[in-house]
Design a protein around this ligand. Structure first.
Ligand code: HDE
Length: 709
């Protein structure tokens, strides 16, 4: 039975609501006023009337329907039931891998036509801008995990081309752990949290992952990458992307050229140190997604070049590895990269769930003129994505969700199914047919045509692995030997850290045994770090380990761009700071292209001239790991006070030990450097000398603490 109610549309003034009058225990007066349940702030003006999902106006969004003020809630309350039911169903299954992601809209602009090799319009119409939606992700952690674990990053791009959607679903590492799709569930079960205990979340430093690695030498190449600085990027705006597999381009005559796709960040590559990554996890779980979102929000649009490596069947035959093996890369020195376009991400999603969560990438989405290769990992992926998305998005019509729908005209006879959003007209939903002259029909001229690859005549069906996939170590060795000494040290440290978290001695030893094929010195360092008495035996390799020519293009440190563009600099101020000096420093750093954050112990301080200053961030929640370089403009007495604050001391200690440029005022040098035991070096600048600081902030001062090898 419904209780008669007065209209609640007339809001009481808040002063009346805040009067602490005793709540009556019965009576319709208390019910209709909703005392205690009224929101404190009502939006003024012409706001739309709130309705249910059925469009019925909602009279009261604070109180459920009950027969008396303290009585039970009535089942009849369809408004409450609809609201709660929808809420109960708000979560969909998260992705089994790549669950945590951030994405943006943008465009791809072709700057060089590949018309010699392909008919795909997206790759032939020079100057054309194709809309894209790009999602970055970590792999192992759940959607609610953190942004900065040691992990591979997904780099998936959906191109809404005039000939249908093309999805380039890649990673930020150019090779993969396994050669055959058959092993993917095993790999993921091994790296995800262990099923009996439920940890670790988003990390590979545990027994099951390394046990799998120890049994799968083919993973060694990617493991070496995953232990390198590539797996702890500074920003999603500073990672490379790779299609990994060899694909084909197909021309109008049906000829094919092999192709590998590479994304290269305009801002250059940059990574964090492991210590920074750990501290970033504590400081800001959302460090990467916030960085991407804020950069786009302020118009600092991230940009990548799309480059291709093109090669023929004959070229491939000369490679010392199989181009169909996804654990192998083709060094740039062997097949150079040709830049063909650029991608600019210039719009944040309007709604994370509707777009970032519901976007469904699929390597099988390709357009005429592009084709697959026989890479056995790619072949398995062609099945997996649609299959998982049917479950994740609840049915076969997820291609109708706006972020997934093609932007070109489309027409087919697929009908019905869960969540059908279209209202197809007419009686014809089949083909061939004579009843509807407007009905869609296949087109041999315009349709997708698979490359007419010759299939071996003497093939024998079987569960086999090609002998040309047998070399598991040579490229891991090449990668390691291509790194600078600093990066090699980081790989050794990362392996030592990860294996130190492995509780099973024989697993640790087996992995160190494999490392001997990568590099004897690397294996020795890790063995020392783990306290092994002797180097374990190296397993017999399935193919001879080759000393391939190093590829310096695989380094990061030397490819960090000589620029402050896209970087982030913090200036620490406190009560009594010199406003003029702060202004000059800020202006100089901003002019060089960096984003400046003014950090202070309190959000509002008074400068030396008495003027108030609103800081951008508070010191306690803003450690220096969040920035590429730091500076201070402090009154000496305030610096002395801050030297008693461990957070302030760590601010400088960390910046220094993370090899960053520091513009330190006199007070900082005298008090905070003393407390942090910092001895100023070539990476420490005067805040007045903005030009020198800007130059220094473009790189890191690795000499500061290089560990001797
Ligand atoms: Fe994926 N992968 N994957 N993967 N993958 C998924 O699809 C799978 C592989 C990659 O931002 C899933 O919709 C198999 C390589 C990215 O939404 C799933 C195999 C590469 C994303 C799946 C691989 C990737 C996924 C999970 C081995 C780099 C996130 C949810 C045969 C080239 C895309 C989903 C996004 C997502 C399966 C290997 C990249 C389960 C079976 C190699 C970037 O379908």
């Amino acid at each position: 039975m419904a209780t008669p109610r007065k209209s609640t549309s007339k809001r009481q003034p808040s002063s009346e609501r805040s009067t602490p009058t005793p709540t009556p225990r019965s009576g319709t007066d208390a019910l209709s006023r909703g005392r205690g349940g009224e929101p404190q702030h009502q939006a003024g003006g012409d706001h739309p009337v709130m309705t249910t999902a059925q469009g019925i106006p909602v009279p009261d969004n604070q109180n459920s329907l009950r027969p008396s003020p303290r009585g039970p809630t009535l089942l009849e309350d369809f408004i409450l039931r609809e609201k709660i039911t929808h809420f109960d169903h708000e979560r969909i299954p998260e992705r089994i891998v790549h669950a945590r992601g951030s994405a943006a809209h943008g465009y791809f602009e072709l700057t060089r036509s590949l018309s010699k090799h392909t008919t795909a319009k997206v790759l032939t119409e020079k100057g054309k801008r194709t809309p894209v939606f790009c999602r970055f992700s970590t792999v192992a952690g759940g959607a609610g995990s953190v942004d900065t674990p040691r992990d591979v990053r997904g780099f998936a791009v959906k191109f809404y081309t005039d000939e249908g959607n093309w999805d380039l679903v890649g990673n930020n590492i150019p090779v993969f752990f396994i050669q055959d799709a058959m092993k993917f569930p095993d790999l993921i079960h091994a790296v995800k949290m262990e099923p009996d205990r439920g940890w670790p979340q988003a990390g590979s430093a545990h027994d099951t992952f390394w046990d799998f690695v120890s049994q799968m030498p083919e993973s060694l190449h990617m493991v070496t990458w995953a232990m390198s600085d590539r797996a702890i990027p500074r920003s999603l705006r500073m990672i490379e992307g790779f299609g990994i597999h060899t694909f084909r381009l197909v021309d109008a005559d049906g000829n094919s050229t092999f192709v590998k796709f590479h994304w290269r960040p305009k801002l250059g590559l940059q990574s964090t140190l492991w210590d920074e990554a750990l501290k970033l996890q504590a400081a800001d779980n959302d460090f990467h997604r916030r960085d991407l979102w804020e950069a786009i929000d302020r118009g600092d649009f991230p940009e990548w070049e799309l480059a291709v490596q093109l090669f023929t069947e004959e070229d491939a035959e000369r490679f010392p590895f199989d181009h169909l093996d996804p654990t192998k890369l083709i060094p740039e020195e062997l097949v150079p990269l040709t830049v063909i376009g650029r991608m600019v991400l210039d719009r944040n999603p309007d709604n994370v769930f509707a777009e970032t969560e519901q976007v469904a990438y699929c390597p099988a989405n390709i357009v005429p003129g592009i084709d697959f290769s026989n890479d056995p990992l790619l072949q398995g992926r062609l099945f997996s994505y649609l299959d998982t998305q049917l479950k994740r998005l609840g049915g076969p019509n997820f291609h109708q969700i706006p972020v997934n729908a093609p932007k070109c005209p489309f027409a087919h006879h697929q009908r019905d199914g869960h969540m059908q959003m279209e209202v197809p007209k007419g009686r014809v939903a089949y083909e061939p047919q004579t009843l509807d002259p407007e009905g869609p029909r296949a087109s041999a001229a315009r349709g997708f045509r698979s490359f007419a690859e010759r299939v071996e005549d003497d093939g024998r069906k079987g569960r086999v692995r090609a002998g040309s996939f047998a070399d598991h170590y040579s490229q891991a060795r090449m990668f390691y030997r291509s790194q600078s000494a600093i990066e090699q040290q980081h790989i050794a440290d990362a392996l030592t850290f990860e294996l130190s978290k492995v509780g099973t001695p024989h697993v640790r030893e087996a992995v160190v045994g494999h490392l001997r094929h990568v590099d004897e010195d690397l294996a020795q360092q890790v063995a020392d770090g783990l306290g092994l008495d002797a180097l374990p035996m190296a397993p017999a390799p399935a193919a001879p380990v080759l000393d391939l020519a190093p590829s310096p293009a695989l380094r990061i440190i030397e490819r960090m761009k000589d620029t402050l563009k896209g970087r982030s600099v913090a200036i620490l101020v406190a009560e009594g700071s010199d406003g003029t000096q702060l202004k000059a420093l800020k202006r100089g750093v901003e002019k060089a292209g960096a984003h400046v954050t003014v950090v202070a112990p309190k959000l509002r301080i008074r400068l030396a001239d008495g003027k108030p200053l609103d800081a951008d961030a508070q010191l306690a929640g803003t450690p220096s790991v969040m920035f590429d370089a730091v500076a201070s403009v402090l009154d000496p007495d305030e610096a002395a006070k801050l030297a008693r604050d461990p957070g302030a001391v760590d601010w400088f200690r960390d910046a220094f030990h993370h090899f960053k440029a520091i513009a330190a005022c006199g007070g900082t040098r005298k008090h905070l450097f003393a407390a942090a035991r910092i001895k100023a070096d070539a990476g420490v600048f005067e805040p007045e000398n903005v030009g020198a600081f800007v130059e220094g902030a473009k790189g890191r001062f690795w000499k500061r603490g290089a560990k001797p090898r």
